[in-house]
Design a protein around this ligand. Structure first.
Ligand code: NDP
Length: 298
């Protein structure tokens, strides 16, 4: 039985970060411009701390100006909005990312809406979502962009392919569907009310799973030879009963990976797949934002 080719997201993410690093160096030399990224972390959430540390390290490694603002759990909405406003006005900062989720009591929507859309490198401001929907230059959320980079570097042109996206969130499902449409795919967006989801998925040349349900997509939902992009990150107990009893957990995707390997043509693993692309795409977005703010052609 043939085995799917595993998409090497680590290699692709590394090469994207290197490309960004070269572009940062060129902007410094040719234009005296150093792209600047500000990351804001409120509270002590361990996963968020890890993500924020990684964003800081990689942006510095790419040669960017990088600032991390760590605020306490009891930060008020007014204080957070005041910091966003300061960063909006700071000419050394071209990208602002407020790490989500925010602690209870803080209103994420109003914080996102307060970010200058030109500096919204997470691509979550409604103006950027609107630009993307209209096919205009936008700052696009990083995980969906990462999915597209993986697809395009694996398959080349995506034109004419049937794409099914399972999930319709503002963060992943909707923007990835918009990007696939912009790449001339024929796109279906499925969600929790979709009828006969396995049959819908089986139509896909490209299947993107962004659901948050461990191993939901089974092998017989996948068209033989299809490219499967698994965005899901789910923490589950170990299969081994002893380890599970000891409370040990591991990360799995939304796709039943082992069985999918026998059917798919290409597939991303979890961990080690889409998640690795997110920071690389954040760096790329920061460079894009810096160039647009400075009026330098992309
Ligand atoms: P959301 O919870 O916001 O959205 C989940 C989507 O899945 C919804 O549209 C929901 O449908 C749909 N859904 C839920 N259950 C089913 C079902 N049984 N059948 C079909 N569709 C269903 O999640 P996100 O989009 O934010 O994230 C999705 C996954 O991606 C999560 O595992 C998350 O951890 C992961 N993620 C990974 C990232 C990475 O860097 N790799 C970054 C961001 C997210 P409905 O709208 O009808 O409720």
């Amino acid at each position: 039985m043939s085995q799917a080719q595993i998409i090497d997201a680590k290699l692709i993410a590394e090469s994207l970060r290197e490309e960004v690093g070269r572009e940062v160096a060129r902007l410094k030399t040719d234009h005296g411009l150093t792209p600047g990224l500000a990351v804001v972390l409120v509270g002590e959430d361990p996963a968020s701390q890890t993500y924020v540390r990684s964003k800081g390290e990689h942006s510095k490694a790419a040669g960017m100006h990088s600032v991390t603002h760590r605020l306490p759990d009891d930060t008020t909405q007014a204080d957070l909005l005041a910091l966003v406003e300061t960063l909006n006005r700071d000419p050394a900062i071209h990208g602002i990312l407020v790490q989500l989720p925010l602690p209870a009591g803080l209103d994420e929507k109003s914080v996102i809406n307060a970010i200058d859309p030109a500096k919204d490198v997470d691509g979550l401001h409604p103006m950027n979502a609107g630009y993307l929907a209209q096919g205009l230059p936008a700052l696009v959320p990083c995980t969906p962009t990462g999915c597209m980079v993986l697809l395009e570097r694996t398959l080349g042109s995506l034109s004419g392919k049937r794409a099914v996206v399972v999930g319709r969130s503002v963060l992943v499902g909707k923007p990835v569907a918009q990007l696939l449409l912009a790449a001339d795919c024929t796109v279906t967006i499925a969600h929790s009310r979709t009828q006969d989801l396995p049959a819908v998925c089986r139509e896909a040349d490209i299947l993107v799973a962004a659901v948050g349900r461990p191993r939901m997509v089974k092998a017989d939902w996948i068209k033989p030879g299809a490219t499967v992009i698994d965005v899901g990150i789910n923490r589950v107990p170990f299969d081994n009963p002893e380890q599970a009893a000891a409370g040990k957990t591991k990360l799995v995707g939304d796709v039943a990976y082992k069985e999918a390997l026998a059917v798919a043509g290409h597939i991303t693993p979890v961990p080690g797949g889409v998640g690795l692309m997110t920071v690389a795409c954040l760096l790329q977005n920061t460079v894009t934002a810096a160039k647009r703010i400075a009026g330098i052609e992309a």
